[in-house]
Design a protein around this ligand. Sequence first.
Ligand code: V0V
Length: 143
Amino acid sequence: GLLRVDHVGIAVADLDAAMAFYAETFGLRCVHEETNEEQGVREAMLAVGDGTGPRLQLLAPARPDSAIAKFLDRSGPGLQQLAYTVADVEAASAALRARGLRLLYDTPRRGTAGSRINFVHPKDAGGVLVELVEPAGVRTPKG
Ligand code: V0V
């Protein structure tokens, strides 16, 4: 099942400008930054308050054919996804598939900070792109 809200993802055109805006306006600090080549994004994770709760993920396109570039073209900057933490992304994906929802990937892909991720198609989740995040290090190695 879903354990908690992991992060909320916001599409931005310029990551550095957005990080400066969030720092100066809301006092949110960046706790992690990386480029995910497979997803075609440059991303920054911002902590809110004491940093124990859900994070804000700023997502900027790294390539013009990426999901974030397409989102910006169609919708402009703004909320792009809602991500939940799960203990087992395969099990969570299978449970939602069994309820008739389309998962975007047959097998999980690599997400932020070594996490494993999958997505529910927004048309099957009330217009919300739902991400499932299994954080790095939660799996018990088998064998
Ligand atoms: C598209 N639609 C959305 C949406 N993106 N609705 C809500 N939220 C979004 N983010 C709507 C769009 O307005 C259309 O509605 C319809 O979906 C189009 O569906 P489609 O033609 O099947 O798909 P595309 O080409 O628009 O792509 C949408 C999907 C794509 C969700 C399939 O963005 C995708 O593959 N996303 C997953 C990967 C991703 O988002 N990567 C970036 C974050 P109408 O006009 O038909 O009504 S990477 C990340 O989060 C990481 C690394 C991490 O957290 O660790």
